[in-house]
Write a protein that binds this ligand. Structure first.
Ligand code: GRF
Length: 202
């Protein structure tokens, strides 16, 4: 399965995918291209460092959200992408994008959805005072961090945590969860019935 990754930031989740692939832990999934919307982001350097094909589409340079998404679609389709992974991609995609990859766009989010969607899910959870938060990988629908939940890992909030220590512990779990889900999808083990997602045993 040909996987395209979209990212905007540091790219540590992208790195987790690259490393999992190098260890043979992505099953039939193969990273084929990385697209970013921030020209000097860490994700772009990591992708180049791994020898992956890359493209940059700056949203500022595009006349509209539709134009931005059409450019992304074309770039991903040019690489025959079958699964799109949003790994810290900080733009909301239009229905046109989702229709181009129906049921084939996933996102990693740093909270136990549906709690704390949107930006800074970790800080939101910390400030709310929850005792358990975590991370989620979900299918992307039209809406912010909505869409059927594929898998989650809980992370306890410790008494001596601050926002940064909590963020880092959640991020470490994202790095385990995202490659595992990509592999499960590529192995054809993930099925969706309404909002319920099932993962067949490997
Ligand atoms: C992650 O916490 C992800 O859940 C969120 O943005 C962060 C991206 O981190 N959407 P990185 O760029 O993968 O290091």
């Amino acid at each position: 399965m040909r996987v395209g990754v979209l990212a905007s930031g540091t790219g540590s989740n992208l790195q987790a995918l690259i490393d999992a692939g190098a260890r043979g832990q992505l099953g039939p999934a193969r990273l084929v291209v990385v697209g970013v919307n921030v020209p000097d982001c860490g994700a772009l350097s990591r992708a180049r460092g791994a020898g992956l094909a890359t493209f940059v589409v700056e949203h500022r340079g595009q006349p509209s959200r539709d134009a931005f998404d059409q450019t992304l679609i074309a770039a991903l389709q040019a690489h025959g992408v079958q699964l799109v992974v949003l790994a810290g991609f900080m733009r909301i995609l239009t229905p046109a994008f989702l229709n181009a990859f129906p049921g084939r766009v996933i996102n990693v989010h740093p909270s136990l959805l549906p709690a704390f969607p949107g930006v800074h899910g970790q800080a939101q959870a910390y400030r709310h005072g929850v005792k358990v938060t975590g991370c989620t990988v979900h299918f992307v629908e039209d809406g912010v961090d909505s869409g059927p939940i594929i898998a989650q890992i809980p992370v306890s909030v410790l008494d001596d945590d601050d926002e940064e220590s909590l963020r880092l512990r959640i991020l470490a779990e994202e790095h385990r969860l995202l490659p595992a889900v990509v592999r499960q999808i590529a192995e054809g083990r993930v099925t969706v019935a309404g909002r319920r997602v099932r993962i067949a045993p490997g």
